[in-house]
Design a binder for this molecule. Structure first.
Ligand code: PGA
Length: 256
């Protein structure tokens, strides 16, 4: 049975007070359902207090949005995975398209970040996805598989099992344009097949693959009901309880 997840990615939004208020509201109002998890990827400033608030439940977890690949050193402005671990962070987003685009993060660098996270027992939520140009040219499946291959497929079976994948087509992020449920299912199936080819069917069947890109209350249920879509990574709609709570409720609790 794969874990179903509604993950919120706040990006660079919410000041300290606003952020903690939202964490509290989500903790209080979301209902724990068997086999599901809520993850909130907050800015660094919220992490420690958000973890303390989330500790009162078992179904809400807190994630960082990035980490540095080195253990420590002269990297002004960066945060290491050991630092995140020292305050109890359990999840980290790695390879979000905004990091790839604005901070030039390559597949090779992301492979290092994934390994750094695993070395501290922090679960990477590894993001992949193609631009509109690549999709229009028809090689999006190859492109996404290559992202997985370059950043993840050197991992041992033991380590790969700990990974959560988020497929996020860049053309759907923050644009209001969502991939159709069929488009999402099609590529999620390809992702699962690529994992099966590398690590075998059992691991592929147990890997949680989230969809991200303009997930909202109106489309969450249809997207999440697809066989290979195990929940969502949600940006804009995760910034308000009134839009994020219905997305959490749209998670399927029965199908495997
Ligand atoms: P969006 O962002 O839901 O606002 O499209 C998704 C993401 O970037 O993770």
């Amino acid at each position: 049975m794969r874990l179903k997840i509604a993950a919120g990615n706040w990006k660079m939004n919410k000041d300290y007070q606003e952020g903690l208020e939202l964490v509290s509201e989500i903790v209080q109002k979301s209902k724990p359902a068997t086999g599901t998890l809520v993850i909130l990827a907050t800015p660094y400033i919220h992490l420690k207090d958000a973890i303390n608030i989330a500790k009162t439940t078992s179904h809400v977890k807190i994630a960082a949005q990035n980490c540095h690949q080195a253990k420590n050193g002269a990297y002004t402005g960066e945060t290491s995975i050991g630092m995140l671990s020292s305050i109890g962070v359990e999840y980290v987003l790695i390879g979000h398209s905004e990091r790839r685009q604005y901070f030039r993060e390559s597949n090779e660098l992301l492979a290092e970040k994934v390994k750094a996270a695993l070395s501290e027992n922090i679960t990477p939520i590894f993001c992949c996805g193609e631009s509109l140009e690549i999709r229009n040219e028809g090689w999006h499946v190859r492109y996404v598989k290559n992202q997985l291959k370059k950043s993840l497929f050197d991992l041992s079976e033991e380590d790969f099992k700990k990974i959560i994948i988020a497929y996020e087509p860049i053309w759907a992020i923050g644009t209001g344009v969502t991939a159709s449920a069929q488009q999402a299912q099609e590529i999620h199936k390809e992702i699962r097949e690529a994992i099966a080819e590398k690590y075998g069917n059992i691991i592929a069947e147990n890997t949680t693959v989230l969809y991200g890109g303009s997930v909202k209350p109106a489309n969450a249920e249809e997207l999440f009901s697809q066989k290979d879509v195990d929940g969502g990574l949600v940006g804009g709609a995760s910034l308000k309880a009134e839009t994020f709570l219905p997305i959490i409720e749209a998670l399927p609790t029965t199908h495997s």
